[in-house]
Design a protein around this ligand. Structure first.
Ligand code: TXA
Ligand code: MG
Length: 325
């Protein structure tokens, strides 16, 4: 559901950003908690509000492609082709940064994540600003990303100056984060733009080995290092054939999946990957409010958008994945 946003609301959000304050705004992927990306002291407030580790860099959101060269270097044809094909949209490209981007945005890395949202409200806002917005997903660090204002309101009440409520996020999962490494696009975090989509345009696309396994030490995308997307309730990722067996071990087991099963409470997440992506963070938050003993989430296939869903769920469940034999 898209809500109508008035010009006055956009202007109030601009005013808050101009004053060096934080604003929560919708994008097509998930909500962002944003600040003026060019002001170091203002960017600091984002890390504080989220409780975000100071070595996990932020994405910089721009109004259009012409702006990219103000903030980053486009170093080869592959980067240019990725920009031409996937921007604006749910795609973040890691580029060599220019000095104008403060070091705390990128956590002292020499690269910066650039994204141009396609969501209309995000655009209206970016269009009237004369600076880009640094924004991570709007959720406390380690919690599921926010796809509805009602889910995140309490987490940020009193910490941000303005919230634009654009209704439910259309996609529901964060953007694909991609970096060209040795001339090959490499997916650091899978998202709505899939490996298959990139291969169709560029021919070859690698996927970081950490997408489905735990990362330690020095990795290309620090976001892979942390506990992530997790409700307070204990969660298991589970192949369909095993769900019944696990449900029986708990008094109050919630199941999130696509086939109704007898348990404390069942949430239907959809029958196709696009619907599952759209629903999953919202359902994790709803299920958490039920205060059950466990949340069992049905796994999906790994290909296409399934890779992004599994990348999030494996972290939601802190790598507790019960597979069919
Ligand atoms: O869809 C999205 O990407 C949302 C909306 C608000 O744009 N934003 C988002 O931001 O998901 P965040 O901060 O939750 O995730 C950003 C991811 C993290 O995994 C971070 O480590 C990675 O992008 N990242 C950012 N800058 C990077 C860089 N220079 N090099 C490698 N990874 C980077
Ligand atoms: Mg996030």
């Amino acid at each position: 559901m898209t809500k109508i946003i008035t010009k006055e609301e956009i202007l109030l959000a601009k005013k808050a950003l101009d004053n060096g304050e934080l604003v929560i705004f919708p994008t097509e992927t998930v909500y962002g908690i944003g600040a003026n990306a060019l002001k170091e002291n203002v960017v600091d407030k984002i890390f504080k509000a989220k409780g975000r580790p100071s070595n996990n860099p932020l994405i910089v959101h721009l109004k259009n492609k012409d702006e990219i060269s103000k903030y980053a270097y486009i170093s080869n044809e592959i980067e240019q082709k990725l920009i031409d094909t996937f921007m604006p949209g749910p795609f973040t490209l890691i580029l060599q940064k220019k000095n104008i981007i403060p070091n705390n945005v990128t956590c002292n890395m020499d690269t910066v994540g650039i994204r141009i949202p396609i969501d209309e409200v995000a655009h209206h806002l970016l269009d009237i600003l004369d600076y880009p917005i640094a924004a991570p997903s709007a959720n406390l660090s380690s919690k599921p990303s926010g796809t509805r204002v009602s889910d995140i309101f309490d987490e940020f009440d009193g910490k941000v100056s303005y919230i634009i409520d654009g209704g439910e996020s259309r996609i529901g999962l964060e953007s694909t984060v991609c970096k060209v490494i040795d001339n090959v696009p490499t997916i650091l975090r899978p998202g709505f733009i899939t490996k298959e989509d990139i291969e169709e345009v560029i021919g070859k696309c690698n996927v970081s080995e950490y997408v489905l396994k735990e990362a330690h030490g020095n990795v290309e995308s620090p976001g892979m290092l942390y506990k992530h997307y997790s409700p307070n309730t204990k969660c298991f990722l589970c192949d369909k054939e095993k769900i019944n067996e696990i449900v029986k071990q708990y008094k109050k087991a919630i199941v999130i999946g696509n086939e109704e099963i007898s348990c404390y409470k069942f949430y239907h997440y959809g029958n196709d990957l696009v619907t599952i992506a759209h629903n999953i963070f919202k359902l994790l938050r709803e299920a958490d409010r039920d205060k059950a003993d466990v949340i069992i989430i049905q796994s999906v296939e790994y290909h296409g958008l399934g890779l992004a869903i599994m990348n999030r769920l494996i972290r939601t469940c802190e790598y507790n994945y019960i597979k069919r034999n």
